[in-house]
Design a protein around this ligand. Sequence first.
Ligand SMILES: Cc1cc2nc3c(=O)[nH]c(=O)nc-3n(C[C@H](O)[C@H](O)[C@H](O)COP(=O)(O)OP(=O)(O)OC[C@H]3O[C@@H](n4cnc5c(N)ncnc54)[C@H](O)[C@@H]3O)c2cc1C
Length: 456
Amino acid sequence: MTTTYPLHAPFSPADAPFPDQADVVIAGAGIMGCAAAYYLARRGVKAVVLDKSRIAGQQSTRAWGFVRQQGREAAEVPLMMAGMRIWEQLERELNFDLEWRQGGCLYVADNDEDWASFQQWMDVAKQYGLDTRVLDRAQIDQHVRGMHGKALGGLYTATDGQAEPRRVAAAFAARAVEAGARFFEGCGVVAIERGAGSVTGVVTERGTIRTRQVICAAGASSWRLLKTLGITLPQQAVRGTCMRTNPLPAVTASTFWGHGLGIRQRANGAINLADDMQVDVDMTFGHFRALKWFLPELWAQREKFSFHLNGEFVRDLRDRLPGAVSGGERVLHPRDPNPQPNRAHAPKALQKLRALFPALKDAQVVESWAGLIDVLPDGIPVLDEASSFSSSSSSSSKAAGLLVATGFCGHGFAMGPIVGHLMAEWICDGQPSLDLSEFRLQRFFDGTMKRPRSML
Ligand SMILES: Cc1cc2nc3c(=O)[nH]c(=O)nc-3n(C[C@H](O)[C@H](O)[C@H](O)COP(=O)(O)OP(=O)(O)OC[C@H]3O[C@@H](n4cnc5c(N)ncnc54)[C@H](O)[C@@H]3O)c2cc1C
């Protein structure tokens, strides 16, 4: 019998003794931090995981739940192919129901531009021997029931899958705790300390922990934490909206993108629905930071972004007043963002859904939410050790013992297990088993950053 939902519970009570030293400290208990803690624990390393808010309160429970290799930047494909091997046995390994379903991923092109990009992406699939195929209309209809509307062709990867984001990070955390990891919620890391080029500890809201090994997995706030070491990370956040419908007749076991819709149908028939890959940017003065890296792609992909001047701008302005937010608190700010969904998405998405699948005429949105997606200018994360950072990325350069896993650009839920696994290898074996050179931070500073197919 697998354990059932809901999984979340505070893993260390507020009065639990707080450590003053640890083998490894992980800043951030999203899926990256939780998975890393689990794989470390399996290797006998008992990490202390600190979250300024709570376990998986941000992106990792707000994702759509696509677990795909398809359509990624080439650099990510070998990583995700290795990641799929973990996903395929993850429910059994963690002994939790994660709503895992390996039903494939289907993209449908209704215009020439998408169709051309699908065909181009086949070069990436062939390069790595991935099982992606291009489909004609008849083949598409084998994977979606009763789809109306134009289809020039499809892109389909049978080994892709899906899982429920509200379950996975917490399952990793629960099993990590059983194996000796300790989680402290409501305890932010305010600074990383360094001596003689190596990490010596972390300053937290509950005191300093001496450690020689830190993983920065602080999602959209990672840039703030790295800044305490003088390390520049060109990271920004955009707001993504997702909706969930009532249970509906089954139309597909694949994750689906096409006709301006992203769809994942859960086992009970409810559909996680997104209005295309549209995101909102709530403008603040903070958006001028790192702008030079983002401008080319913001312009090239401008149809994906809606810019707003709203309450976020006022809040940001207020917070910048002298004394409004104290030094340490500024690193953690905002502590527990709860971005609101863009309400304009639901009617548009429902209309498209009903037109595309007439059998779903009774679809209603029963829940909608948003998450702050952390983006980097080239659409792929930073997975790196700070001992290799050179002076161009950091005024004070190296910090041996610091690993960085952040900037997943809206597709890191799927990467959580493999990234956690690789971080644990890096610490236990001295290096990861896959080549991560494409994910160096230094690419932003040495001219090797590549233009992405998509920033998200
Ligand atoms: C609407 C939406 C849809 C998405 N859909 C998909 C999808 O279908 N498939 C997919 O693969 N990915 C998807 N993603 C992306 C995916 O959710 C993220 O890439 C992934 O969850 C990132 O995990 P993380 O652990 O890096 O960050 P997070 O989950 O954001 O966790 C970071 C944690 O760090 C904590 N923290 C921050 N600063 C500090 C500090 N100083 N000290 C201590 N703790 C700190 C935060 O409180 C937070 O809990 C989606 C994201 C969104 C928002």
